[in-house]
Ligand binder design. Structure first.
Ligand code: ZN
Ligand code: ZN
Length: 354
């Protein structure tokens, strides 16, 4: 097998044959494959057909001609908008943004999941959140702050992952009983072996480095049944972040999640024992197939005591996530109130007792 021109099945970087390891090794994502594995993956990739909507028409001059790019000098966010939607401030740090020109074709998404929650509904969800959290700073959802709630198409790498998992374990079944004056314990040991090919479909990871990864994972899931081939009309009235992490840079996150999920799945198959201890676990991502798509998120950041708090509302399902800042003064006022109530109560008790 000639190594020239071969791509890593996981991250698509060029892959080299390492004479030392006698394997194809990707220096970028640290994946390694035997020649046999490379052949199997190539065969697998050929027979797998994507069950996605039909391909968007590829070169789209509309996108490059009508998409403006704005950049924020303060936090580095790069924002895309159609020419009728002006971006004036940075959705992340709220500083003014500067128009940089037109976007380039490589940032054209393949798919988009259109917003289903409109602005009014989104603000409604933020208001509900405020009702539930009584110690939020007073201006948390002031009129000015409401303007900072932005319908943002977040760039996501949505990936189908094939994982090979092998696991050996020792399972024990313990049975105890008494007979006459004797008590017995019987321990049965089982050598467990599992070999699984796990296929995970539609694992998302965002390609915007300054949006919190945990926040984006918390806002999942998205229903990909509603995705559409990208067209300019979906951008209208919304902003989109331009990715700054390409697929190869983001891949370790997908790898981690896929390995963890597969590990869990295989462990779950070892049931019916008093105890199971894993003696060998070899879990490896074998190949991936990804699409660059925009997913809808209502996004708001709030600066409080020099810390940026991020909130996200899934623009499709309205799932709300974010940790609220606690207003120290409002909390203190509440505690003083409590303290005062306790003091009054003590005094009353004092009166009754005396
Ligand atoms: Zn790689
Ligand atoms: Zn910014």
């Amino acid at each position: 097998m000639d190594a020239l021109g071969y791509k890593c099945p996981n991250c698509a970087a060029d892959i080299q044959f390492s004479a030392k390891e006698q394997k194809f090794v990707c220096e970028y994502c640290n994946s390694s494959f035997t020649e046999q594995e490379m052949k199997e993956i190539a065969a697998l990739q050929e027979q797998q057909h994507p069950d996605r909507p039909e391909e968007a028409q590829q070169p789209d001059d509309e996108f490059t001609e009508h998409t403006s790019v704005y950049s924020c000098d303060s936090c580095g966010a790069t924002i895309m908008a159609d020419e009728n939607t002006a971006a004036t401030f940075c959705y992340y740090c709220h500083n003014p943004v500067i128009l940089k020109g037109r976007v380039s074709g490589e940032y054209r998404p393949s798919y988009v999941l259109p917003f289903q929650i409109d602005r009014e509904a989104a603000i409604g969800h933020f208001k509900e959140f405020v009702k539930k959290h009584r110690f939020l700073p007073k201006d948390f959802l002031s009129a000015g702050q409401q303007e900072k709630i932005v319908g943002l198409y977040v760039p996501f790498w949505v990936t189908d992952v094939n994982v090979n998992a092998e696991m050996d374990a020792l399972g024990k079944r313990i049975r105890s009983w008494t007979s006459g004056n004797y008590s017995y314990t019987e321990t049965q040991e089982y050598a467990l072996a599992r070999k699984a090919n796990v296929v995970i479909k539609g694992l998302p990871a965002d390609g915007a480095s300054h949006i919190d990864d945990d926040l984006m994972e918390a806002v999942e899931p998205f229903d990909y049944a509603k995705i559409k081939p990208f067209a300019m009309q979906y951008l209208s009235g919304f902003l989109a972040e331009k990715y700054d992490m390409d697929y190869a840079k983001m891949f370790p996150r997908i790898q981690n999640r896929a390995v963890q999920a597969s590990d869990q799945l295989v462990r779950q198959s070892m049931t019916g024992y008093s105890s199971v201890s894993v003696t060998r676990s070899d879990i490896k991502v074998m190949n991936t197939k990804w699409e660059y798509m925009l997913l809808p998120v209502w996004f708001m950041t709030y600066k409080y005591n020099d810390k940026v708090y991020e909130f996200a509302l899934n623009g499709q399902t309205a799932k709300f996530v974010g940790e609220p800042p606690l207003s120290k003064s409002r909390l203190a006022a509440f505690c003083i109130g409590l303290g005062a109530a306790a003091a009054v109560l003590t005094m009353l008790l004092g009166v009754i007792v005396s």
